[in-house]
Design a protein around this ligand. Structure first.
Ligand code: SF4
Ligand code: SF4
Length: 178
């Protein structure tokens, strides 16, 4: 035997929508004041003014390491940019005066908006020249240009140094010009 289901939403009140709109506004207003005054229950935070502590396992944004003489360890081999699945590392290589070094990065830029923080670049680097151990979270930016991190910025960042630097005697990355 077929069950007759009572049809709803056909009353005069349903058809003028006003009670439903008022019910929706009541719920929205309740959430608004609960978020405004009962902030202990609020799950969102006012980032970037407020930050939650990260796990100690969080490694952070990239940095470029330097040789003992202050120059980049990077030899512009393009291994990192080749391994990068997001295609966000852009390198312009130049010839170094020191024949023992051959090349160096004239430009080394990372588009942090495209980066997916997979770590493939530091895995691929044969020179231990790039690491993701700064503990820095990507800063909020107002335009795409500001999300491009350049060579000087990458070299200026400090790391938390979980790992010991790779062998300082292994060519070609660590050969000194001195
Ligand atoms: S972390 Fe991954 S996505 Fe980001 S630059 Fe390195 S390889 Fe590319
Ligand atoms: S950071 Fe490492 S992998 Fe990338 S270009 Fe420089 S030396 Fe090569």
């Amino acid at each position: 035997m077929a069950k007759v289901v009572e049809r709803v939403g056909d009353s005069f009140a349903d058809r003028i929508y006003v009670p439903a709109i008022l019910a929706g506004l009541k719920i929205t207003t309740r959430h608004f004041f609960r978020n405004l005054f009962g902030q202990k229950e609020t799950v969102t935070i006012a980032y970037p003014e407020v930050k939650i502590p990260y796990s100690p396992r969080w490694r952070g944004q990239h940095r470029l390491l330097k040789r003992d003489d202050g120059e980049p360890r990077c030899v512009a081999c393009f291994m990192c940019s080749t391994a990068c699945p997001a295609d966000c590392i852009h390198i312009v290589a130049g010839e170094h005066d020191d024949q023992g070094r051959e090349k160096f990065p004239v430009r080394f830029e990372i588009d942090e908006l495209r980066c997916i923080y997979c770590g493939m670049c530091e895995e691929a680097c044969p020179c231990d020249a790039i690491r993701m151990d700064t503990g820095l979270h990507a800063a909020p930016v107002y335009n795409r240009e500001a999300a491009w991190v350049r060579k000087d910025q990458l070299l200026a960042r400090n790391g938390r140094d979980y790992a010991v630097r790779a062998d300082a005697e292994g060519p070609p990355c660590a050969v000194s010009s001195k």
